[in-house]
Design a protein around this ligand. Structure first.
Ligand SMILES: N[C@@H](CCC(=O)N[C@@H](CS)C(=O)NCC(=O)O)C(=O)O
Length: 217
């Protein structure tokens, strides 16, 4: 393991790295930011690929040099490493529900977005019409996955999905991943209470600067 000065976050505006940035803010730790993504070729992406062969963001390099990929794993690690940050609930069953929610969003919703963004990686798309059909089916599936998530993830007494008295890691990931592929517009009509909760997360004073920087009005 290589020791370095602190955390290094590979990410880009409007991407999943926003959730990790918000979590690092909650932890109150400094980090080095490297602008990198597979859609922005250059030195940042070259550096990212050296630590994560998938070339995906978020990727977080820990102070001891450990490379963490996978948004849910990164958030769970930060929550355990910095308990004062409130990223994970204290109470064991509430924490278990939050971990389940993080894995749900990553394994189902984030994965569906990978299919929507890169259908050719997953199936044969011989022409533009087939590509459009594949994306339309995957979007419909994604919206259904969000509906099930909303129905199976009631807010805590504090009013958040996975935080005791402030938004936790699950709130941050759900808020970011629902920004894409028409999920928010869908949830606004299908699950308005859940939609309003997501809006409260991004308006929370601790996290509003991060969300505003990634999704300017
Ligand atoms: N399983 C990963 C998925 C990460 C992911 O798909 N990130 C997107 C950006 S939001 C990405 O880097 N896509 C570029 C690519 O796959 O080439 C996670 O949960 O963090």
């Amino acid at each position: 393991m290589k020791m370095n000065d602190g955390y290094t976050l590979y990410g880009s505006r409007g991407s999943g790295s926003a959730a990790i940035e918000a979590a690092l803010v909650a932890c109150g730790v400094p980090w080095r930011q490297v602008n990198a993504s597979s859609w922005e070729p250059g030195p940042g992406f070259d550096e990212l690929r050296r630590v994560n062969p998938l070339g995906q963001i978020p990727t977080l390099v820990l102070p001891d040099g450990t490379v963490l990929t996978e948004s849910a794993a990164i958030l769970i690690h930060l929550g355990l490493e910095h308990p004062h940050a409130g990223l994970l609930p204290q109470q064991p069953s509430a924490r278990a529900r939050a971990i389940r929610g993080l894995v749900y969003v990553a394994a189902n919703c984030y994965a569906a977005i990978g299919l929507i963004d890169y259908p050719e990686r997953f199936c044969d798309v011989p022409d533009e019409a087939a590509r459009k059909r594949t994306i339309a089916v995957a979007r419909k599936c994604l919206h259904g996955l969000w509906d099930v998530f909303a129905d199976t993830t009631p807010p805590s007494a504090g009013g958040w999905l996975g935080g005791d008295d402030r938004p936790g890691a699950l709130d941050l990931l759900a808020c970011v991943v629902s920004k894409w592929s028409g999920a928010r517009a869908h949830l606004k009509s299908s699950r308005p209470t859940f939609f309003a909760l997501l809006q409260r997360v991004e308006q929370h004073p601790s996290f509003k600067p991060v969300f505003d920087a990634h999704w300017p009005a």
